[in-house]
Design a protein around this ligand. Structure first.
Ligand SMILES: [Cu+2]
Length: 282
């Protein structure tokens, strides 16, 4: 039994190390070197996703260790040398009931938070702001149908990076949203299928030509949060990042004021905006 104890101690140590490293190296808003776990959460949905992920990790580790221990025990204790005269037992009611009921209970324990998370993601609460993201080869176009603005967002090339702008993630025109407000995100594709994903908000949704998908997030902290197109969409798939800047209400209002002048819809793309407005009005 001493071997089992030692295995259990080593396993517990590994899990603790992984959890600590994961926490220490997980960036929020963008990936970080040697990152282990998920990116830090900046929305209620991502907080739930992180909790669910950690919960499953503990559960699956405990199950894997338990099954491994059983296998090792059987191999050591009941091999032909150690147990030359095998028992002729074929049934044991108690064990059979247990190995049916316990897995069912484990699955129920997984299903309940899983469905709760699914409903949280799918049900868009009363929105404070609607943004439409259109995936194009290879950049994003963002519309704010209520403010009647629309602009393109292109990746900053490596030679043009300024200050702490991250490589392959920084863009020329960021999406700007207010903090602690529900943002309703509509996505569509103008050419091929793209996908709008921002890990720290826990959102990832396909942007499909000819239809509009919806998701939502509520950024709980100010800052810049990066994501990437997450559907193989052609040669520059890796170069159409998403950057969301979360501002306090006053700074957001100031940004919106100047954005209305800079990015006013010029009438050349009425179809896009009209489609978004119809969906927002429902
Ligand atoms: Cu794409």
């Amino acid at each position: 039994m001493r071997v089992f104890k030692r295995i259990a101690v080593i396993a517990a140590g590994l899990i603790a190390t992984a959890a600590t490293l994961g926490g220490a190296f997980a960036g929020t808003g963008q990936p970080s070197p040697w990152q282990f776990g998920l990116q830090g959460a900046a929305s209620p949905v991502m907080e739930d996703i992180t909790w669910f992920h950690d919960f499953l990790l503990i559960l699956i580790t405990a199950i894997a260790i338990f099954v491994l221990a059983l296998l090792v025990y059987v191999a050591v204790r009941f091999n032909a040398k150690a147990n030359p005269v095998p028992s002729r037992t074929t049934h044991n009611t108690l064990i059979e009931v247990l190995w049916t009921v316990v897995p069912v209970l484990i699955l129920v324990a997984i299903a309940v938070p899983s469905f709760r998370l699914l409903f949280l993601q799918l049900h868009v609460p009363q929105a404070d702001l609607t943004i439409k993201a259109t995936g194009k080869q290879w950049f994003w176009t963002y519309s704010y149908p209520d403010a009647k603005i629309e602009f393109d967002s292109l990746m900053v090339q490596q030679k043009d990076l300024k200050g702490d702008q991250p490589r392959l993630l920084a863009v020329d025109n960021e999406v700007v949203v207010p903090v602690n407000k529900v943002v309703h995100v509509l996505t569509t594709g103008a050419d091929v299928i793209h996908a709008f994903a921002v890990p720290s908000f826990g959102i990832k949704i396909d942007a499909i030509p000819g239809r509009i998908n919806e998701t939502w997030f509520k950024a709980t902290r100010e800052g810049v949060y990066y994501g990437q197109c997450s559907e193989l969409c052609g040669k520059d798939h890796a170069f159409m990042p998403i950057a969301v800047r979360v501002l306090n209400d006053r700074d957001y209002a100031a940004w919106l004021e100047q954005a209305k002048k800079k990015f006013a819809v010029d009438g050349s793309r009425p179809a896009n905006v009209a489609a978004a407005e119809t969906l927002t009005a429902k």
